[in-house]
Design a protein around this ligand. Structure first.
Ligand code: RP5
Length: 162
Protein backbone atom coordinates (compact mmCIF):
# COMPACT_ATOMS: atom_id res chain seq x y z
CA UNK A 1 0.00 0.00 0.00
CA UNK A 2 1.16 3.55 -0.76
CA UNK A 3 2.47 5.19 2.44
CA UNK A 4 0.62 8.32 3.58
CA UNK A 5 3.69 9.92 5.13
CA UNK A 6 6.83 11.03 3.31
CA UNK A 7 9.97 11.79 5.27
CA UNK A 8 12.30 13.84 3.11
CA UNK A 9 15.58 15.51 3.93
CA UNK A 10 18.14 17.71 2.27
CA UNK A 11 21.08 15.34 2.53
CA UNK A 12 22.08 11.84 3.56
CA UNK A 13 23.89 13.58 6.41
CA UNK A 14 20.46 14.44 7.86
CA UNK A 15 19.49 10.78 8.23
CA UNK A 16 20.83 10.21 11.78
CA UNK A 17 18.47 13.00 12.89
CA UNK A 18 15.53 12.16 10.62
CA UNK A 19 15.71 8.48 11.55
CA UNK A 20 14.02 9.54 14.79
CA UNK A 21 10.86 10.32 12.81
CA UNK A 22 11.06 6.93 11.13
CA UNK A 23 11.64 5.17 14.46
CA UNK A 24 8.50 6.51 16.14
CA UNK A 25 6.45 5.70 13.04
CA UNK A 26 7.85 2.15 13.16
CA UNK A 27 6.85 1.95 16.82
CA UNK A 28 3.35 3.15 16.00
CA UNK A 29 3.02 0.78 13.04
CA UNK A 30 2.73 3.53 10.44
CA UNK A 31 4.22 3.07 6.98
CA UNK A 32 6.27 5.88 5.40
CA UNK A 33 8.46 6.73 2.45
CA UNK A 34 12.01 8.10 2.95
CA UNK A 35 13.99 10.06 0.36
CA UNK A 36 16.71 12.68 -0.01
CA UNK A 37 15.32 15.74 -1.80
CA UNK A 38 17.62 18.74 -1.76
CA UNK A 39 16.21 22.21 -2.32
CA UNK A 40 19.44 23.59 -3.78
CA UNK A 41 21.16 20.47 -5.20
CA UNK A 42 18.06 18.89 -6.78
CA UNK A 43 15.61 21.80 -7.19
CA UNK A 44 13.71 20.22 -10.10
CA UNK A 45 13.23 17.00 -8.13
CA UNK A 46 11.98 19.05 -5.18
CA UNK A 47 9.39 20.77 -7.34
CA UNK A 48 8.10 17.61 -8.98
CA UNK A 49 8.05 15.70 -5.68
CA UNK A 50 6.04 18.42 -3.95
CA UNK A 51 3.72 19.10 -6.88
CA UNK A 52 2.78 15.41 -7.21
CA UNK A 53 2.81 14.50 -3.49
CA UNK A 54 -0.97 14.71 -2.95
CA UNK A 55 -1.76 12.85 -6.19
CA UNK A 56 0.75 10.20 -5.14
CA UNK A 57 -1.27 9.49 -2.01
CA UNK A 58 0.74 11.27 0.65
CA UNK A 59 -1.20 13.04 3.38
CA UNK A 60 1.63 14.51 5.47
CA UNK A 61 5.20 15.47 4.61
CA UNK A 62 7.99 15.59 7.18
CA UNK A 63 10.88 17.64 5.80
CA UNK A 64 14.22 18.03 7.56
CA UNK A 65 17.07 20.29 6.54
CA UNK A 66 19.99 22.14 8.03
CA UNK A 67 21.74 25.46 7.49
CA UNK A 68 19.85 27.65 5.03
CA UNK A 69 17.01 25.21 5.38
CA UNK A 70 14.61 26.14 2.60
CA UNK A 71 13.38 22.59 1.90
CA UNK A 72 10.23 22.64 4.09
CA UNK A 73 9.12 26.05 2.87
CA UNK A 74 9.73 25.28 -0.79
CA UNK A 75 7.87 21.98 -0.50
CA UNK A 76 4.97 23.77 1.19
CA UNK A 77 4.91 26.29 -1.66
CA UNK A 78 4.01 23.48 -4.10
CA UNK A 79 1.55 21.38 -2.06
CA UNK A 80 -1.45 21.90 0.18
CA UNK A 81 -0.43 18.89 2.27
CA UNK A 82 0.68 19.69 5.82
CA UNK A 83 4.47 20.04 5.92
CA UNK A 84 6.25 19.50 9.24
CA UNK A 85 9.69 21.10 9.17
CA UNK A 86 12.58 19.75 11.22
CA UNK A 87 15.56 22.07 11.75
CA UNK A 88 18.58 19.78 11.59
CA UNK A 89 21.38 20.82 13.95
CA UNK A 90 24.09 22.46 11.87
CA UNK A 91 27.77 22.50 12.84
CA UNK A 92 28.36 26.22 12.33
CA UNK A 93 25.37 27.66 14.20
CA UNK A 94 24.03 24.66 16.16
CA UNK A 95 20.78 24.66 14.19
CA UNK A 96 19.77 28.24 14.98
CA UNK A 97 20.15 28.93 11.26
CA UNK A 98 17.99 25.91 10.37
CA UNK A 99 15.33 26.89 12.91
CA UNK A 100 15.02 30.49 11.77
CA UNK A 101 15.03 29.47 8.09
CA UNK A 102 12.06 27.17 8.69
CA UNK A 103 10.05 28.97 11.34
CA UNK A 104 9.86 32.42 9.77
CA UNK A 105 7.56 31.56 6.86
CA UNK A 106 5.82 34.62 5.52
CA UNK A 107 2.03 34.74 5.76
CA UNK A 108 0.03 32.58 3.36
CA UNK A 109 2.12 29.41 3.13
CA UNK A 110 2.06 27.34 6.31
CA UNK A 111 4.91 25.18 7.59
CA UNK A 112 4.80 23.53 11.00
CA UNK A 113 8.15 23.90 12.75
CA UNK A 114 9.43 21.41 15.30
CA UNK A 115 12.37 21.65 17.69
CA UNK A 116 16.00 21.59 16.53
CA UNK A 117 17.50 18.13 16.09
CA UNK A 118 16.52 14.67 17.26
CA UNK A 119 13.59 15.68 19.50
CA UNK A 120 12.13 17.73 16.66
CA UNK A 121 12.44 14.84 14.22
CA UNK A 122 10.84 12.44 16.70
CA UNK A 123 7.98 14.84 17.35
CA UNK A 124 7.51 15.45 13.64
CA UNK A 125 6.99 11.72 13.14
CA UNK A 126 4.66 11.64 16.14
CA UNK A 127 2.68 14.62 14.90
CA UNK A 128 2.41 13.14 11.41
CA UNK A 129 0.90 10.03 13.01
CA UNK A 130 -1.43 12.17 15.12
CA UNK A 131 -2.68 13.90 11.96
CA UNK A 132 -3.43 10.54 10.33
CA UNK A 133 -5.07 9.36 13.56
CA UNK A 134 -7.82 11.96 13.17
CA UNK A 135 -9.23 9.57 10.54
CA UNK A 136 -7.86 6.25 11.83
CA UNK A 137 -9.32 4.96 15.11
CA UNK A 138 -6.87 2.05 15.39
CA UNK A 139 -3.86 4.33 15.01
CA UNK A 140 -5.41 6.69 17.58
CA UNK A 141 -5.50 3.79 20.06
CA UNK A 142 -1.83 3.01 19.43
CA UNK A 143 -0.87 6.65 20.00
CA UNK A 144 -2.89 6.72 23.23
CA UNK A 145 -1.06 3.56 24.35
CA UNK A 146 2.32 5.12 23.55
CA UNK A 147 1.44 8.19 25.60
CA UNK A 148 0.18 6.09 28.49
CA UNK A 149 3.40 4.05 28.46
CA UNK A 150 5.39 7.29 28.65
CA UNK A 151 3.26 8.53 31.56
CA UNK A 152 3.54 5.21 33.40
CA UNK A 153 7.34 5.22 33.01
CA UNK A 154 7.62 8.67 34.60
CA UNK A 155 5.19 7.85 37.41
CA UNK A 156 6.98 4.57 38.16
CA UNK A 157 10.31 6.34 38.72
CA UNK A 158 9.73 9.67 40.50
CA UNK A 159 13.08 9.67 42.34
CA UNK A 160 15.50 11.63 40.08
CA UNK A 161 18.56 10.06 41.76
CA UNK A 162 17.87 6.52 40.50
C1 RP5 B 1 21.35 20.91 3.87
O1 RP5 B 1 22.69 21.14 4.06
C2 RP5 B 1 21.10 19.54 4.38
O2 RP5 B 1 19.79 19.47 4.85
C3 RP5 B 1 22.12 19.34 5.45
O3 RP5 B 1 21.58 19.54 6.75
C4 RP5 B 1 23.14 20.42 5.17
C5 RP5 B 1 24.51 19.86 4.90
O4 RP5 B 1 24.43 18.94 3.84
P1 RP5 B 1 25.71 18.08 3.42
O5 RP5 B 1 26.75 19.06 3.01
O6 RP5 B 1 26.11 17.29 4.65
O7 RP5 B 1 25.24 17.19 2.30
O8 RP5 B 1 20.99 20.98 2.55
Amino acid sequence: MQPKIAIIMGSKSDWPTMKEAADILDKLGVDYHVEVVSAHRTPDKLMSFAASAADNGYQVIVAGAGGAAHLPGMVASKTRLPVLGVPVQSKALSGQDSLLSIVQMPRGVAVGTLAIGAAGAFNAGLMAAQILATADAELAKRIDAFRQEQTDTVLAGPDPRV
